[in-house]
Design a protein around this ligand. Structure first.
Ligand code: IMP
Ligand code: MG
Length: 336
């Protein structure tokens, strides 16, 4: 009997929490045979520092940096134009992509018409205009185009059933896109994306529930959101956090709105996704800003120091069943 296991990375806020960095870190353990992007399309922007070089990927999973089979799953929508330009960018950056990158044959395609529509209509909620929403709408309307019918993609196509169940031991790292606060069902509708940004979303790529071992939640020690709704409260501190944190979208360059971390939202995200490990990024940003606060139980709580806030967060999360040794606070762009 061969084994099939999966660890999953889930963003617990509104995207841009540093999933790419966590994926890059976990890949170094050498335990994964596959890295699977399980939702979203070219709307994502994963910033990865590899061997001192900065890469921004939109569709291709982080496994490729380590020569691990990297798969765009059927939960994703794929823009072939973007896909091929990303392959080129990686090759030119010295990353060997040959025989490493695959696309599920039942993943859906983002067409030029989807992108045009999203540019026109996406303004209402402030999409990334990458055609994501229209592509998923057609998928569910049963008028979509699957990867299998695109001749240029032939060399990259993969049957995920065969890959997971007929090829020996499989250890997957699931790399999510966007975040729980943008999830089509659990986010603040209609200010959401069109895919499932949850652990359940990873399962939709042909995985049985019992395969899931670790669920790595990723958050920042403050929140950011990019889109049309008003998110950032009044106060100079929030602009300062945005400036120090360089909070501009990796895909669209838009300025991200900021706010303090909300512990109740985090609690929802942890429970619904079954988080076992959690990484809080950008501790260095609040350190530079010099203020520490979170919202909890409907009110703002201020802390005198970084340690005071970290202790509070750790206690809060251990009451939710997360082991203290599985809670990480990161202050570096490159490591956790
Ligand atoms: P769409 O996914 O392009 O349809 O955009 C829907 C909403 O999700 C907008 O508010 C976008 O700014 C946001 N969004 C989409 N992808 C990302 C991401 O990767 N990071 C952060 N926000 C995103
Ligand atoms: Mg991003």
């Amino acid at each position: 009997m061969s084994t099939l296991t999966a660890d999953v990375i889930v963003d617990l806020q509104y995207g841009d929490c540093g999933k790419g960095k966590v994926a890059h870190h976990l890949c170094q353990s050498q335990k994964y045979t596959h890295v699977l992007r399980y939702n979203g399309g070219a709307n994502a922007g994963h910033t990865i520092f590899h061997k001192g070089k900065k890469f921004i990927t939109h569709q291709i999973p982080a496994g490729v940096f380590f020569g691990i089979k990297s798969i765009v799953g059927n939960g994703c929508v794929l823009d072939p134009v973007q896909f091929f330009s990303e392959l080129k960018m990686l090759e030119e950056g010295g990353v060997d992509t040959k025989g490493k990158i695959f696309v599920a044959e039942n993943a859906h395609i983002i067409t030029d018409a989807h992108k045009e529509e999203d540019k026109r209509e996406g303004v209402r909620i402030g999409t990334t205009a990458r055609g994501n929403g229209p592509a998923y709408r057609e998928k569910y309307g049963r008028t979509g185009v699957r990867a299998a019918s695109i001749p240029e993609l032939k060399p990259y196509l993969i049957d995920l059933y065969k890959e997971w169940y007929e090829g020996g031991d499989v250890h997957i790292l699931g790399e999510g896109a966007q975040g729980f606060g943008l999830d089509i069902d659990w986010g603040d509708y209609p200010y959401v994306t069109s895919s499932h940004c949850t652990t359940a979303g990873a399962l939709l790529n042909g995985l049985p529930p019992h395969a899931i071992k670790e669920v790595w939640g990723v958050a920042k020690v403050y929140e950011t959101y990019v889109g049309s709704k008003k998110f950032q409260p009044e106060g100079e501190v929030f602009d300062k956090i945005g400036d120090v944190g360089e909070e501009f979208g990796a895909t669209t360059g838009r300025r991200r709105q900021t706010n303090w971390m909300n512990m109740q939202n985090l609690e929802r995200a942890i429970r619904v996704n079954g988080v076992t490990h959690i990484v809080f990024n950008k501790v260095d940003v609040l350190r530079t800003v010099g203020q520490w606060a979170v919202y909890d139980a409907e009110k703002k709580m201020e802390f005198k120091s970084e340690t005071e806030m970290i202790d509070y967060v750790k206690e809060r999360l251990s009451s939710l069943g997360i082991k203290k040794e599985n809670i990480f606070f990161s202050e570096s762009k490159e490591t956790i």
